[in-house]
Design a protein around this ligand. Structure first.
Ligand SMILES: CC(C)(COP(=O)(O)OP(=O)(O)OC[C@H]1O[C@@H](n2cnc3c(N)ncnc32)[C@H](O)[C@@H]1OP(=O)(O)O)[C@@H](O)C(=O)NCCC(=O)NCCS
Length: 191
């Protein structure tokens, strides 16, 4: 088997985008990621899509540079989240999604996808990273991973995804639609 690698998705590589879309939709929610959206993000300088290969795609992550208006999404986590978006606080990077196929888990790929995304945010001048950990109740939740990487754990909000799962029409792999799962805020200073 070829060594595992973590690389950027090539904006012309529709085959890999389809594989990543299938992985993200199966693990995180059916309807969350279309291949075309991943290719758009791969070509967008304010976003990054990462693929972990072993040698076929077995892991995916999406990161994004946020603007001041993106803070509203995090309002339900309270002051700790809103402080990130205050004037003068500096640019914020979102670690938006990460998933590793079950047979490839517990080999460090989730950690590599996360640290690669955090390094990309640092290189782009982000002062902080923010991520929302899906508390699925299943083994393989990201909360342990984010704690291990030194991220600060913030509040947990019950039913965090309910409205967006209805509005955007995606189904949670654990509870369907609407999604009733909780979410926990994690942040990391990159300064
Ligand atoms: C969360 C997720 C991405 C982690 O992926 P992963 O590749 O298993 O992550 P890692 O291998 O870096 O770490 C997972 C565990 O394996 C352990 N591990 C890492 N390398 C290891 C190795 N070589 N040998 C044994 N264990 C190892 C880690 O210590 C960690 O253990 P812990 O959870 O007890 O702290 C994956 O479980 C997943 O896709 N979950 C479903 C989707 C999901 O919830 N995504 C996050 C949404 S916010």
């Amino acid at each position: 088997m070829a060594p595992e690698s973590v690389t950027r998705l090539d904006p012309e590589d529709s085959g890999t985008a389809a594989a990543l879309s299938a992985l993200l939709n199966r693990e995180l929610g059916d309807g969350l990621y279309e291949p075309a959206w991943l290719l758009e993000d791969a070509a967008n300088p304010a976003a990054a899509v990462w693929v972990a290969r072993a040698p076929d795609p077995v892991g995916a992550a999406v990161a994004r540079l946020l603007g001041p208006n993106d803070g509203e999404y995090y309002r339900r986590f309270g002051a700790v989240a809103m402080r990130l978006f205050e004037a003068g606080a500096g640019p914020v990077g979102s670690f938006e999604a990460v998933a590793v196929a079950p047979p490839a888990r517990r080999r460090g790929l989730g950690a590599r996808l996360t640290t690669t995304s955090l390094d990309w945010m640092r290189e782009r001048g982000c002062a902080a990273a923010v991520t929302v950990s899906w508390r699925s109740g299943r083994a393989g939740s990201s909360a342990g991973l984010f704690r291990r990487l030194g991220m600060a754990e913030g509040p947990t909000v019950d039913g965090f995804y309910r409205e967006e799962s209805l509005r955007d029409g995606w189904s949670c792999p654990v509870c369907g639609r609407p999604c009733a799962c909780a979410a926990t805020l994690f942040t990391l200073s990159l300064a």
